[in-house]
Design a protein around this ligand. Structure first.
Ligand code: ADP
Ligand code: MG
Ligand code: MG
Length: 883
């Protein structure tokens, strides 16, 4: 088996397509080599090695040793020198790289191959002792931290002590001999901690680092990240071993990171940061403030430190050429890492850049305009769920802002919440329903869960490419980074700035679009739906086959959904219209009525109220279909519970409180979910459904007169299990329709259909369709009844089920294609067999879930219906499903 793939010198064993085997980093290093870009030579140990290593008790395949040896020899050939050669040492980096990029999850070791002998060779070779020992101390610190488990603070402490002894302020004040002294102290420290010396044998160093990368695949951070991003553990990681190039070789050397377009806004502008005379993660670590790449962004930021464009115009020019080639080649925005060694450019990484939803949208649309991709590709590239970020409010520009600090606009969006300094605590408070802003000096992979739980992230250190910024953009959290004026005191849990001190729990607001930090919460406004958003949506609308409706009943929700592009109402839940204070009394009277006369009295009060609601609904949705579900109340939600509620109801109705209490007890159900609800209520008390049908049809008649447009209400009977239920109720509604026609002198068209939400209904869809003119799949109840799980009670065990892989995902969130889905398919097939033109839609929560929408497309439903804020998501998901 080939376990090792080499790259460099304008060629490679692998390609970008081999990402599963080589990991993202390895595949792209190979691709860049093939493109002839300057990539330091190296090789990739495949993800198969990782899988084998973890499966076989942390041992390697037999032939690996030989293959690695050959590959090292190939690097030696390419760059000159030898691995462990004291005269002319070859140094390498050992870098992890999984299939999906996992920022910061795995640790990289740089300058590997240095020991007490080779450091002298490096000094001689470079003629620079300071550089040689600086590299050696970096190596000892990184290797000890990542591979040997000696925490890096030990080393930072020693560095601080040395600086203090000599009265130095900056790291750059240290002279060559100082670094040499420090190296000695570092080695003693390692020996003190481990009881054995720092490994001097370069082969031991190499295999130690390789093992650490594979081992880190199973560390807690990586496991958490995978869980959050649904990455299977079986993928494994690759390891890349690559000749070192040095950004710390003096003032004509540098290291940097760049995005080919702005990852926050998507603006087509080369963008990034770099540091002169620095190595590796210095830029991201936020220890020194990085400089801008382009002159323009330096001017925009008002920064003094010169840009790369100004300091190294020639190399900058090469870098621009490279980025243009990469973008054209990958046809996507790239996130690149590079190093300049004594005036020569080296490419160390490229990948598709993480971006905000806003940037993703702009980039996709621009790339269509630029002819790089077509509309279909643009549609495919946008994650529907990410649109959510664009639909939520931003700060009202006219609202007062009490600005207490400024930082970098690291990830756009606005957020208000309580100050929290600790990620565990952020997670806990968020799970209690609190909004929190995670405030840290800087973030690290240990903070992922806290960042996920927080509404926003604020750091006092780190640039636009710091851990906090990159991860926040990926997660769609607002983030302000590098607000240097903030003084964060973890011990006392305070934040002070400009002489004021704020405590944990104080409310602040951050605006990740402009970098402002404000005291208190600030007024927010609704998002703009035109521009790029509108454009992409219009493309999606051209492509999709299914219609998108909304589940809504209040005028505000229906209007919102309309604005988001809903093409009708798929589910108007009439019981939701009864919650308002002015009607609850009549509703309770209706429910608690002991006889028909009593009930009719209550219904007479409700009729005009319902009719007015429907008039308003039809007006907003003029010309579009509106499906109205007749009453399906969870009765217990409407019953008066406390004595005070019973007393006040009794008073309002002039009834006897004792009797009411008795009646309420009578109506108590042990399992209301499977109790006297839905059409069962209509069967027992037909006058309720008759009142509702009358309200709907009278409203329709009124609106058709008013607007001259026909409204076709779709009257939906819930929780039907048998054809006979539907038959009985349909006759009653038709009788009402006749009466309304006679009274109003206007005949309105309407449809009568049912919700398919019980397994029996799905199975008997063939005969139910004899009565029903449409089916709407109520997949919430259908999931409950198919699994036999009450959604309201599933919280106590669902997580265990998902964790143990019994459910891949919560079946209430994403439709279970196999089981519940099969019932839906059966119903579709049998329904159509009976009634060819039966209208079919879905109105469960799943109607807004992209994966479920894909299923709906495949089985040929006519429409999906979802909550108002998910309408744009559903429009895009429906287009993707149709591609
Ligand atoms: P990550 O996955 O965290 O981005 P990388 O493997 O890309 O980790 O390594 C981090 C940084 O280390 C790189 O951005 C680069 O600056 C530096 N680095 C890695 N390999 C080399 C190398 N061969 N020569 C010089 N610098 C390197
Ligand atoms: Mg890293
Ligand atoms: Mg990297």
């Amino acid at each position: 088996t080939k376990w090792v793939y080499s790259f460099g010198d304008g060629k490679a064993d692998g390609t970008a397509e081999m990402r599963n085997l080589l990991g993202g980093k390895g595949a792209n290093l190979a691709e860049m080599s093939n493109l002839g870009l300057p990539v330091p030579s190296g090789f990739t140990l495949t993800t198969d090695v990782c899988t084998a290593y973890l499966e076989q008790n942390e041992t390697y395949p037999d032939t690996l040793d030989q293959q690695v040896g050959d590959a090292i020899a190939q690097i030696e050939q390419s760059v000159g020198g030898g691995f462990g050669n004291p005269e002319q040492p070859l140094l390498v980096s050992v870098r992890s790289g999984a299939r999906a990029s996992m920022p910061g999850m795995m640790d990289t070791v740089l300058n590997l191959g240095l020991n007490d002998e080779t450091v002298a060779g490096l000094e001689k070779q470079s003629g620079d002792k300071r550089f040689a020992y600086d590299s050696y101390r970096r190596f000892i610190q990184m290797y000890s931290d990542v591979v040997l488990g000696v925490d890096h603070y030990h080393f930072e402490e020693l560095l601080e002590i040395l600086k203090e002894e000599n009265g130095y302020f900056l790291d750059t004040d240290l002279q060559a001999d100082d670094w040499e002294v420090l190296v000695g102290r570092y080695k003693s420290k390692v020996e003190e901690e481990l009881g054995r010396p720092f490994p001097q044998n370069v082969q031991d160093q190499l295999w130690g680092a390789i093992g650490a990368v594979f081992g880190s695949w199973m560390n807690q951070r990586a496991i958490t990240y995978r869980r959050l991003h649904e990455i299977p553990a079986s993928w494994g990681t690759a390891v890349n071993v690559q000749a070192m190039v040095f950004g710390n070789m003096g003032d004509d050397s540098a290291t940097g990171v760049a995005f080919t377009r702005d990852p926050s806004t998507g603006v087509k502008m080369f963008y990034g940061e770099f540091l002169v005379n620095a190595q590796g993660e210095d830029v991201v670590a936020g220890i020194r403030t990085p400089q801008n790449l382009t002159k323009q962004s330096r001017l925009d930021a008002g920064a003094d430190a010169l840009s790369m464009e100004e300091i190294f115009p020639e190399v900058y020019g090469q870098l621009v050429d490279v980025y243009k080639r990469l973008e054209a080649h990958y046809r996507d925005m790239q996130d690149i890492e590079f190093t300049v060694q004594q005036g020569k450019l080296w490419m160390l990484q490229t990948r598709s850049g993480k971006r905000t939803a806003k940037a993703a949208l702009k980039i996709a649309i621009d790339m269509v305009d630029e002819g790089l991709i077509d509309k279909e590709e643009a549609i495919k590239r946008i994650d529907p769920a990410s649109l959510d970020q664009l639909l939520h409010p931003t700060l009202d520009p006219t609202a007062e802002r009490n600005i207490i600090a400024r930082g970098l606009p690291a990830s756009p969006g606005a957020a208000s919440g309580e100050i929290v300094f600790d990620s565990d605590e952020a997670e806990k408070l968020a799970s209690d329903g609190k909004s929190v802003i995670l405030v840290r000096v800087e973030t690290s992979p240990e903070d992922i869960h806290g960042m996920h739980a927080a509404k926003g992230i604020l750091t006092s250190r780190g640039g636009m490419t710091s851990h906090a910024a990159v991860v926040a953009r990926g997660m769609g959290r607002a983030c302000v980074s590098g607000a240097g004026a903030l003084n964060i005191d973890y011990k006392n849990q305070t934040l002070s700035v400009l002489g004021e001190t704020y405590k944990k729990g104080d409310i602040i607001t951050i605006d990740g679009g402009c970098g402002e930090v404000m005291l208190g919460s600030v007024e927010m406004i609704m998002p703009e739906l035109s521009g790029e958003f509108g454009e992409l949506m219009s493309w999606a609308d051209e492509i999709r086959r299914m219609k998108v409706r909304t589940n809504a009943e209040t005028p505000l929700d229906v209007k919102t959904a309309r604005k988001f592009g809903a093409e009708g109402v798929g589910l108007c839940r009439t019981e939701h219209m009864f919650f308002d204070a002015d009607r609850i009394i009549a509703v309770r009277q209706m429910i608690l009525a002991e006889d028909l006369a009593d009930r009719q009295e209550a219904l007479a009060k409700l009729l005009p109220v319902q009719r007015a609601d429907f008039v308003e609904l039809f007006r907003i949705m003029a010309g579009l279909p509106v499906t109205i579900r007749l009453l399906d109340p969870p009765l217990h939600e409407f019953l008066p519970k406390t004595d005070a509620e019973i007393d006040s109801l009794a008073e309002a109705l002039g009834a006897d409180a004792g009797k009411l209490r008795h009646r309420a007890l009578q109506l108590h159900e042990f399992n209301p979910m499977l109790g006297h609800r839905g059409c069962r209520l209509g069967i027992s008390f037909p006058e309720i459904y008759e009142m509702q049908a009358r309200a709907i049809l009278e409203a329709a008649a009124e609106i058709s007169k008013e607007l001259g447009e026909t409204v076709v209400p779709e009257i939906m009977i819930p929780l039907v299990a048998t054809k006979r239920e539907l038959e009985i109720l349909k006759q009653k509604i038709e009788a009402v329709a006749e009466a309304v026609k006679d009274e109003s002198g206007k005949s309105v068209d309407y449809l009568i259909g049912t919700m398919i939400e019980l397994p029996r209904a799905a199975l008997r869809a063939g005969d139910i369709a004899e009565e029903a003119e449409f089916f709407s799949f109520g997949t919430n109840d259908l999931t409950q009844t198919t699994y036999g799980i009450s959604r309201d009670d599933s919280g106590s065990f669902l997580e265990d089920y998902v964790e143990q892989g019994i459910y891949e995902i919560d079946p209430f969130v994403s439709l279970d294609h196999e089981g519940v889905g099969e019932l839906v398919e059966i119903a579709v097939k049998r329904g159509r067999e009976t009634r060819e033109d039966i209208k079919l839609g879905i109105c469960g929560e799943h109607g807004g879930d992209p994966n479920s929408i894909d299923f709906c497309e495949r089985i040929g439903l006519d429409y999906v219906s979802c909550s108002p804020y998910r309408v744009p998501i559903a429009r895009l998901a429906a287009a993707q499903a149709a591609l």
